[in-house]
Each structure stands twice: as C-alpha cells, then as structure tokens.
Write a protein that binds this ligand. Structure first.
Ligand SMILES: [Zn+2]
Length: 493
C-alpha cells in the first residue's frame, strides 16, 4: 500500500499589510525524504501519519511540505506563491508512481489573492493528478472551510485541542481512516455544517466553555454512533477576511450520509445556542492593568495578561499602562521593533544604561511608541528548545533581541521580530527569572495556556487595539457574507 504525503499550510492574517511570497515559505519548506525525516518523533500531523502507516505496514511517499518561516508580518499569499506549491504537490503526485491514497497536511486558514477557497483548490489539483484514489486532509482548529472542502475531500479531520496538542493524534486518525478505506473496510462520507459564528481566537480555548461543551457534544455522538468515524469543530480564524470565514462542523461517517448530516447539524445548532460565549466583552488595556494589579496585591499571582490582538508584536498599550500604573515585577518577552533592535545591536553593550522609544510603528492600532530607560542585561540571538506541551523539544532561533531591565524587576525585550513565550523558554533564554514575576504579558491568545495555566494563578485576556482585535466589530471586513455573528448579524434571535 503506497500513500503519498504532502502539505501546504498557512494561517493568513489578511489585516497585515504586506503580501506573502515564496520567500517566506522556501526556507522552511521540506521536500522528498525530509518531509518524513524532519518530522519523525515530533508530535505533529506528519508524525501521526508515520505512526499509523508503520502500524499498518503501509509505505509513505513524501512529496513536499510547504510552510512559512516563523515571525514576520505578511498578509495574503500571492497567486504565484500559491500556484508554486499547489502545483508542486500535484506534479509530485503525478510523478510518484502508482498510489493508493493521499494524505494532505493543510491548515484551513490560508488566504490567497484570487483564490477564494485555497485548501479546496489544493485538493482539487491533487485529485486531478491522482484520479480516483481517496484523499484525506488534516486541518487546524482555526480552519475556515465550507461545503466545497466536503465535496472534494474523502475525509476531513480537524484537531480538537487549542492549545494544539493533538496534531499527532489527528494525523494518525486520518491516516488510519485512509488505510481502512483503501482496504475496503470503510466507505467514508463527509458532512459540513456552518452555524454562522465567527469568533476571536481568544474565546476558543478547548478546556473552557464554550468550546469544551461543543467538543463534549461531539464526543457523545462519537461514543453513541459506531459508524461515525470522526466528528469535530473548527471554530475558525477570524483574522482572515475570506468568504468561508467562521465555524464549521465536520463529520466523517462510514457509508451513512444521513448520520453524518444529522451529527454535524446537531453540533452546529448546539454551538449556535452558545454564540454569545464566543463573542464576550473583555476589558481594555487600562481597566485590565488596574484589575491585574489588584489581583497581584491580593496575592493572586503571577498573572498572565493575554494581549491577543497584537499579530506584529509592536503594540504598546499594555506597556504604557504598566508604566503608568507603577506595576513592578513584570516582563514583556517581546516588543517587536526592528529599527530599535538594530540600533541597540550596533551601539549598545550589556551593562549599558540606555533610553529608547519602542513599538507603535506598524499602524494606528499599534498605539504610540513608548520611551523606556533601563540597563541592557542581555543581547544576542538566542537559540533554545521549547519546554512546554506544545512543540516540546523543537528548536527556536530568535532574531536579535535586547533585554532591558527598567528597575523594580521590570523587563522589556526589544526584538527584531514578533517574539512570544508560550512557555518559559522565551523568558529564561534571555535571562529572566520567572519565579520573581508578578505579571507576564504575552502577545498571544490561547496557545500559551498549555504551559502557563500550570504556572499562573490567573489568565487574563484583554481587548486591546491591534490587528487581531478580540472584538471583531472593530475590524473592517470586505469579503464576509451576510449572516456572520457577530460581524454583520447581532445574534439576538
Ligand atoms: Zn491554530
């Protein structure tokens, strides 16, 4: 049994300004044997395919896995960039000899100029290359997809965790379903239902209401109905202004169309009943910092402030409020400012006292630049391994960073590019002792919770200005069709 493996994944923030070209993909793209070897043993979709194939004695035929380099501020993929990799997949499949099936590791939130539903188009081109063999896809929970994908793919498998810690499991589930299909033991049918909800990522953590309840409903269906192979929900990615934006429910059933439709429709209806929990009001930066300082005063510390709106890393709203409020013992692991980072690299040394004006350069939502003075305690390009449940063991190579200690154990890391800290490694790698911190400011929505929920007493999401507002009504969408709560439908009914 020969199964081809390919991937082309992106989560495109279309509210960013610069188009994405192949330059962002090419350095990280894997080809041929490297597709399997570079992913072997790392908990991800491809390793899941490998595990299932080895169990079944199936041969995997690696084609190409196109993915973006981390960081950066790019928006829509150009048509040329999309065609390059979508066609490379198709040509690789054509040249791969006789195949029994295809596994595609996609994401679902790719946005391409001139291609309204890029993932469905990738599958369509793959189909044209391989003909009538089953093609199954794995998708991120942030996928924006609709019935077109249900029509072209023979199986659609969406991960069920955010933070994403089940990519390997989902990859294995997809591969097992494909293998059983090839063996003739399963006849998969796919149903997709869309409740009409678009939600900010910050409301989609799967260990908490409302996603926890929606996924529990899926689990009940799966338990009750042996012919239901897989039932999952992609709440979607709100920062891609695309026609298939928003939540979709995906059922894969063995031969039973009616069962797949009923299950997906039921979960979609249930999600709609919880719609207001997918679009809550959160405090702005000033009110949030005041509340967080009161929590710290009360011994509820450390607190993680989740400033999910910042996709560039340059916003200054929380920094400004921390300084204004006189908070102590805090760290911001990255204010992205390539110009100031370069100046510091060229003119400062560890031990110097410096004054710089950082951030607030990308657009008006970024806030004004903020002046900070402190001692440079770290400079360099740290290389470190992740220690949290997400991506544990994988290596991160930062651009240039300089850590300034502003006194009172207050730390700002000025970084060449967007820099997060979904576990402690991003902080310890620049010499910050996390034990002494009361407040950690992360430019993140949910992924950090896989690690930080065990460390922090409180996770505090906020609605700050930025490209990725928690309140979606602040954003100007052009491609979203009517009936999308809360963007153009008030959900009062
Ligand atoms: Zn995701």
């Amino acid at each position: 049994m020969r199964i081809a493996v390919a991937g082309f994944a992106d989560e495109t923030c279309t509210f960013c300004l610069e188009p994405t070209t192949e330059e962002r993909f090419e350095p990280a793209t894997l080809r041929g044997a490297a597709v399997l070897e570079e992913n072997r043993g790392i908990p991800n979709y491809i390793n899941g395919y490998i595990i299932a194939a080895e169990e079944a004695g199936a041969e995997l035929v690696p084609i190409v896995y196109a993915r973006k380099t981390p960081g950066g501020f790019q928006s829509w993929l150009t048509r040329a960039c999309f065609d390059k990799y979508a066609d490379e997949i198709a040509e690789g499949l054509r040249d791969a000899g006789e195949l029994d099936g295809v596994l595609l590791a996609l994401h679902g939130a790719m946005a391409v100029t001139g291609v309204p539903r890029p993932e469905a188009e990738i599958v369509r081109r793959a189909r044209a290359a391989v003909g009538d063999v089953p093609i199954m896809v794995t998708l991120d929970l942030h996928a924006n997809e609709d019935e077109e994908m249900a029509e072209v793919a023979d199986g659609v498998f969406v991960i069920k965790t955010y933070p994403h810690v089940d990519t390997e499991e989902t990859g294995a589930a997809a591969a097992r379903c494909l293998i059983e299909t090839i063996r003739g033991n399963i006849d998969p049918v796919v149903a997709c239902h869309r409740p009409g909800i678009v939600s900010a990522s910050i409301f989609q953590a799967t260990s908490y209401h409302p996603m926890k309840d929606v996924l529990a409903r899926c689990a009940e269906w799966e338990e009750r109905e042996p012919d239901l192979c897989y039932l999952a929900v992609a709440p979607g990615y709100a920062y891609a202004d695309v026609p298939d934006i928003g939540m979709s429910v995906w059922a894969v059933a063995d031969g039973d169309r009616d069962l797949a439709e009923r299950a997906a429709a039921d979960v979609a209806d249930f999600a709609w009943s919880l719609r207001h929990a997918f679009a809550r009001d959160l405090p702005g930066p000033r009110a949030a910092v005041e509340e967080v300082m009161a929590l710290v005063e009360d011994g509820q510390k450390p607190v993680v402030i989740a400033d999910g709106a910042d996709r560039i890393g340059d916003t200054t709203h929380v920094l400004r409020e921390l300084l204004r409020g006189g908070a102590k013992n805090w760290a911001i692991p990255g204010i992205a400012d390539p110009t100031v980072a370069r100046e510091l690299e060229e003119s400062a040394s560890v031990g110097d006292t410096v004054t710089v004006t950082v951030g607030g350069w990308y657009n008006e939502a970024s806030g004004d630049p903020v002046e900070i003075s402190g001692t440079v305690e770290f400079m360099g390009r740290p290389r470190y391994q992740l220690v949290g449940p997400m991506g544990k063991g994988s290596t991160v190579q930062d651009g240039f960073v300089a850590r300034l200690n502003l006194g009172d154990n207050r730390h700002v890391v000025v970084s060449e590019r967007m820099r997060g800290s979904n576990d402690s490694a991003g902080l310890t790698s620049v010499g910050i002792d996390i034990e002494g911190l009361d407040i950690i400011v992360l430019k993140d929505r949910v992924h950090h919770r896989a690690f930080w929920d065990d460390v922090a007493k409180v996770d505090f999401p906020i609605n700050a200005p930025g490209i990725g507002y928690a309140d979606l009504r602040e954003l100007e969408y052009e491609n979203v069709p009517g009936g999308a709560f809360p963007i153009n439908r008030d959900g009062a009914e």
